[in-house]
Design a protein around this ligand. Sequence first.
Ligand SMILES: Cc1ncc(COP(=O)(O)O)c(C=O)c1O
Length: 339
Amino acid sequence: MITRQDLLQRIAKIPQVDIGHFPTPLEECPRLTEALGGPRIFIKREDCSGLAMGGNKVRQLTFTIGDAVSQGADSIVHGAASQSNHCRQTAAACNKLGLNCYLRLAHDHKSINQGNLLLDNLFGADIDIVSLPFGPELEEFKLELAEKLKSEGLKPYVVTSPRSTALAAVAFTWCIAEIHAQQEHEGIDADYLYTASVGGTQAGLVLGSKVLDMKLKPYGIAPIHWEGKYDRISNAANSAASLLNIDINILNTDIHNSDDYIGEGYGYLTEECISALKLVARTEGIILDPVYTAKAMACLIDHIKQNRFDKNDTIIFLHTGGTPALFAYNNELYDDSHL
Ligand SMILES: Cc1ncc(COP(=O)(O)O)c(C=O)c1O
């Protein structure tokens, strides 16, 4: 175990850029708690991390772009699904820091001029929507583009795993240190921490909560089926530990992550996620997103219905953002029955 101060000092030594609004708020949700009949629910508002409508990737990019800048990069290459929050936040961060941004996005069922893709376009990123699946082929394509940019005299940095996932884990040890301080301030000691993740976010929460010897148990909800997800998360946690010079070994058995709320697949809505999104909007005025956070909330609601918690338990739900994606789902979400 190390102290919060010590953890923060180790994090401060990793190259970073100042692009977000931190600390993000920790907000109690009494009307949501009441609607669900307990336990006590708080939401950690990573959706309020500032840059370009916020989200968990702002904290992550604090370190990935920090890494790029420390290596002298002048251009960032990224790519993922066409409604990627990570890509939108990357484009915004590049504009804030005066870097070129190249996005290579996989063509999919939401490659429409709405949501994140609309914002990528607004930010003026160099965008190419390619007929490649979101996965290893797209990662290879990003690396090839970087080689081409190098031959043209640019200094590109590719946002890709495992480096990006490890730096995300560093970022979320910082987030858990924030939660640690906020709990002290609020006089609470949560039992569980729920979040949408199958990568660096959960890795950092698992690592940080263990290092700080916190009571809360992080629980991840996957937005996508990811083969080898436990290795991916534990490897990211252990790489972050080594970047932070912390002697610890996170095992796959330390990680709890559910695939049960994905539905038909990544980016496809479920009935439960639509009801979760509406419930949180109508009780707390907080907007979840349909791809990640509403599915994670659907899981928390289901676990409450299964009586997995005591009424006196305290849960923190880490809201990872994704707000713009909502607008790419207007047809699925707009309820015109009252018109
Ligand atoms: C809104 C939102 N929530 C959660 C995640 C998942 O993050 P992780 O990389 O930890 O799986 C993402 C990733 O793109 C995201 O955009």
